[in-house]
Design a protein around this ligand. Structure first.
Ligand SMILES: [Cu+2]
Length: 68
């Protein structure tokens, strides 16, 4: 399992948390996803054999947020 903390801009409320956690959490291979709203970060635990970091970043981007 890989553990990564991404800096994500634009998340401001519970809706954003749900959008990010919901979409990333649905990806096959993602074990756990947690948004830290005040920090502006997203922590993801994932199986690198099943899902790539690029895919995770793209998914957050698709929800309308900027991944650093
Ligand atoms: Cu929001």
């Amino acid at each position: 399992m890989e553990n990564v903390k991404l800096n994500v801009k634009g998340m401001s409320c519970a809706h954003c948390v749900n959008a990010v956690e919901g979409s990333v959490g649905k990806l096959p291979g993602v074990e756990q996803v947690h948004v830290h709203l005040k920090e502006g970060t997203v922590e993801v635990k994932y199986d690198a054999n099943k899902v790539g970091l690029d895919k995770i970043k793209d998914t957050i981007d698709d929800q309308g947020y900027d991944v650093a």
